[in-house]
Ligand binder design. Structure first.
Ligand code: BG6
Length: 506
């Protein structure tokens, strides 16, 4: 169905706009979700002409192989406005141009404001949009806002107060791009459409849950940003806690944004708030030292551009969340994320409890094949491959009853994965439909900061001994000890493959 709206992109010359937003809008255009009745105003400080801007837009969609007619037709909807976000007068120009385009493309006053720039300006932009009457009285006015949403609970609350003076909560779309990923959305389907899982999805059958967000890249050219963020704020406060909430929430009464968010909020409220001692026991951090993997050499975090040579910013976090409710009491949710780890991989392992009595665990001297049955593990592969697998036990062929692990494995084909809608494309369309399911509600953000602030504050009291893990590994020893202390172990160990082949030395 064709959608009608004027998009105003603050940060229209930026990397996110070029890499994600323009290609996603183009895909929507090609599919007919956007047709003639849409327009885009790109704003930033630079002095660009419409023609130059349209060339940039065309360049940004080249990978999608448009015909020249398509590229031309698409880019003709783009308009550029050089804009100083602090200058009230500039919002008058923005209002005039918006109204002209509204008239030209028959946009019915539908406006979507996308804040894709430095968060320090979010509050200013929103108050000017209201005070300079850029917002319309007819149609919708929606705000799409990129992370980070504040840098702690205090700053997030101030930002939220600023934006809610102009936009109602249901018109605020806080982006967490992981919520647009196919397999993150699939978590709810795997759980609620499969009785064999949902009926076992609790502390009677699940021993622990493991969530890994590993990245092989270092901080690249984002040292400046990362020095003020670190892995805890960059990944745990948003993406990881959102995935934990989806894994742990109760069955929503309907699949509406309201019910799902309600259930996610309840989980986040039930995550135990740790005191300092508990933080030190249950959370650990790391920073990468130089290393090599598969003949590639990597420099240490402290030697990366725009990073202080004595930086104590964490590039790795591992920890254990506990959820104090009936379903999850006693089940650890282990999480880990880091830069410069062995492989890029986001995956979830649901580790089921052993059978109550393992009848195959006998010690029969005449049978030297005897092996303990493995725990059943459901793995959800979020990226780079998408799919899920289930580890079961079968009998080894031959005499006796020795067991062996059998893996039922489903991976989406590469063709389907490549052609499936990109996260930003889905999220933009959701925002156009006014569907907040895959965005973070303020109460989710508030709870996440509450949880994460406690960890950060406890860490501030102890100077870490960084660097403490070698680039190319799966993090510091403490991350492994964390599970060992509970008699558990990380299921996903990609570093072992490299070690066995002498491709990783540490
Ligand atoms: C972003 C973080 O939110 O997510 C980055 O700021 C991180 O540091 C990125 O690299 C990972 O996203 P993806 O989609 O590449 O897994």
């Amino acid at each position: 169905m064709e959608q009608t709206a004027l998009f105003t992109i603050f940060g229209g010359t930026g990397d996110l706009a070029k890499r994600k937003l323009y290609p996603s809008l183009f895909r929507l255009f090609k599919k007919g979700s956007l047709d003639y009745r849409f327009a885009v105003i790109g704003t930033a400080r630079r002095e660009w002409t419409d023609d130059y801007y349209r060339e940039v837009v065309k360049e940004s969609i080249q990978e999608l192989n448009p015909t020249s007619d398509e590229a031309f037709a698409f880019a003709s909807h783009f308009y550029y406005l050089s804009h100083d976000v602090n200058d009230a007068a500039h919002y008058n120009e923005l209002r005039e141009l918006s109204n002209t385009l509204d008239e030209k493309y028959k946009l019915k006053g539908n406006r979507l404001y996308y804040l894709a720039m430095s968060p320090q300006f979010f509050g200013t932009i929103v108050s000017h949009l209201k005070d300079q009457s850029v917002l319309t009285d007819t149609g919708f006015n929606r705000l799409v806002i990129e992370k980070p949403f504040g840098s702690d609970l205090k700053t997030a609350t101030i930002l939220n107060e600023q934006i809610t003076t102009a936009f109602a909560e249901e018109d605020i779309f806080r982006i967490d791009h992981y919520l647009g990923k196919e397999m993150v959305q699939n978590i709810a389907v795997i759980r609620f459409a499969n009785n064999i899982f949902e009926s076992l999805w609790n502390n009677r059958y699940i021993e622990n849950v493991q969530v890994t967000f590993a990245e092989s890249l270092g901080v690249e050219d984002r040292g400046g940003y990362y020095e003020n963020s670190g892995a805890l704020r960059d990944m745990v406060q948003n993406h990881i806690l959102q995935v934990v909430a989806l894994l742990a929430m109760e069955v929503p009464t309907s699949f509406s944004d309201k019910s799902i968010r309600q259930e996610k909020i309840k989980v986040l409220e039930a995550i135990r708030r740790y005191d300092k001692t508990e933080v030190m026991k249950n959370f650990t951090r790391g920073q990468y030292a130089a290393g090599s993997l598969d003949d590639k050499e990597f420099i240490a975090y402290r030697d990366e551009p725009n990073v202080a040579s004595d930086s104590n910013v964490e590039t790795f976090v591992a920890g254990k969340f506990l959820i104090d409710n009936f379903r999850w009491s006693g089940v650890p949710f282990y999480i880990r994320t880091g830069k410069r780890m062995t492989e890029k991989g986001t995956r979830i392992n649901i580790v089921f409890k052993q059978v109550p009595v393992n009848v195959f665990n006998f010690n029969n001297e005449s049978d030297n094949n005897v092996q303990l049955a493995e725990q059943n593990v459901l793995t959800i592969y979020i990226q780079p491959t998408e799919g899920f697998s289930l580890m079961l036990n079968g009998k080894q062929i031959g005499q006796g009853f020795a067991t062996e692990p059998v893996k039922l494995d489903f991976r989406q084909s590469e063709e389907i994965t490549v052609n499936s809608p990109e996260a930003y494309e889905k999220l933009l369309l959701d925002a156009l439909h006014g569907d907040g399911t895959n965005f973070s509600h303020w109460d989710e953000v508030r709870n996440s900061w509450e949880i994460v602030d406690r960890i950060r504050v406890a860490w501030e009291h102890f100077i870490p001994s960084f660097p403490n893990y070698t680039a190319g590994t799966m993090g510091p020893n403490e991350a492994f000890d964390l599970l060992k202390a509970d008699g558990a172990r990380w299921i996903w160990r990609p570093e072992q493959w490299y070690k066995q082949r002498n491709k990783l030395d540490y």
